[in-house]
Structures are given as C-alpha cells and as structure tokens.
Design a protein around this ligand. Sequence first.
Ligand code: CO8
Length: 258
Amino acid sequence: MSYETLLVEQRGAVTLITINRPQALNALNAQVLADMSAALAAYDADPTQHCAVVTGSEKAFAAGADIKQMADKEAADFFLEDFFSGWTSHVAATRKPWIAAVAGFALGGGCELAMMADFIIAADTAKFGQPEIKLGVAPGMGGSQRLTRAVGKAKAMEMCLTGRMMDATEAESAGLVARIVPASDLLDEALKTAATIAAMPPMAAMINKEMVNLAFESTLTQGLVAERRMFQILTATEDKKEGMAAFVEKRAGVWKGR
Ligand code: CO8
C-alpha cells in the first residue's frame, strides 16, 4: 500500500513509517492524519509486525499542524469537523508498540505526535516545543496534557506560555525522551530498539504497553488491581509456558503470539 504523505516499509517484524512532506517541514495536514491512521491500523492488523517506528527527516520530525490548512478555517469548521480528533481516536489508539524517532523540529502537533508514541528516541539535533501561543491558540492534540505529565508543570507551563523550544539534552533530563543518540545513528538505534521489542512475546508487549499507559489514567489502587489481573491473564498464554520453559531449559523462547 502506498501513501501520499508517508513512506512505509517493513523491516522484518518492524514497520518503519517516515513522514514525507519536506516542502512543509512535515507539517501535519488532514492527508497526513488519514495516511498515518491507515498506516498504523495496517500495522496493528498485520500479525507479522510487532513494533513500529515513526520518524521524519533530518530537519524536522514535524513542524506542527499545517498552519496554512488552518489559517482560513473558522471556529465552526474546527468544531463541526471535530478537527484533528483522529490523532486521538486512531493514531494514539494504536494497540501495538511504536516508537517516535525524532530529529530536528518536533513542534506543536509534531511534539504532540511524538508524545503519542510509547516513547521517544531523540537525535542530538531534536528540538521540542509547543509554540501555539504565538499563533493565538493553544495545543490541541494533547500537548498541554501529555507534556505536563512527561516533564511536570513548571517546564510544561513555561514552554506553553513562552513557546520556547527544549533541546534534546533538556528533554532527556526532564523525562520527555527515553534517550539521545547522535543524529547519524538515530534510525539505526530506533530500528534496533524496535527489533528488540518485536522479538518479545507479542501479547505481553501489548499488555505491558497498556499497563504503563493505565498509570496515567487510574488511581494507584485501581492501577495495581488492573496490573495484577493482567499478569494473571498473561499466565494463561502459550507464550508464558514457553517463556518460563525456555528460561529453565536455558534456551531462547519461540513465541506463538497467544
Ligand atoms: N505549517 C505549514 N507550513 C509550515 C509549517 C507548519 N506548521 N512549518 C513550516 N512550514 C513551511 C514554511 O511555511 C516553509 O514553506 P515555504 O517554503 O513555502 O515558505 C517551509 O515549511 C520551510 O519552513 P521555514 O522556511 O519557516 O524554515 P525555517 O528553518 O526558517 O524555520 C521553523 C523552521 C522554526 C520550524 C518554522 O518553520 C516554524 O516556526 N514553523 C511553525 C512552527 C509552529 O508554529 N508549529 C505549531 C503549529 S500549530 C499546531 O501544531 C497546533 C496543533 C493542534 C491542532 C489541533 C487542533 C484541534
């Protein structure tokens, strides 16, 4: 399947999705949303694929929602279209693990897209920001919520109110990114990490993802009960029997994915 705004390829069990609108620094328009939703749905549905990497270019992961597409719209248009709700209902709802590999600008919707991923690996050139205030608006794809959960109120508030960018070093020390790598190694490192995840028992990977995400939605007591139940459910899988037998027999596990 080919996409107007994305390049998608499979590398073994890893799906690599590259945003490809260089003329607009990968700004996210309705076509990117449609393509990304379709590509991640195809990834979720493909039993041979177990981790995905979403990346951009050297200069920009994505420089935000497409300002030119939004400039002439009125409030009623945004409301009636439920503008960009698909980033939440489709992209962020991906059930299998995916990593954002970020080089260059990840601004506005670009930063928000990166934060929808399960984690971010950043090139040393990465710059994160929520500059919407400079356009007379505010984040609309999760920035005020996910950035605050990731880096805490002080930094999130400062970034949203001033529009300043955070470089990769600050983003790592603030907890926004899992780790920083040299820009020239970004794709290799992200694909290597994705391959490690893809080699894990797939149901266990999906449930680990679901449980960590639940930590942002539940009380500690509810989260601990859900975690225990999920652990108990996973013990009914064939991969649990195989994983524990493989450990005892000192060999690598061979996963059935169920
Ligand atoms: N939208 C559309 N086009 C863009 C965008 C964008 N976000 N960013 C860059 N471009 C275009 C430029 O217009 C330019 O096109 P052209 O060559 O035709 O003039 C081309 O990309 C290259 O950009 P620059 O010449 O500006 O490149 P520079 O290296 O000089 O600057 C910057 C790079 C600093 C990244 C600069 O382009 C910039 O500030 N971009 C805008 C960043 C921004 O404000 N992002 C936030 C957008 S708003 C948003 O994301 C809201 C999300 C929530 C929406 C959901 C609502 C419910």
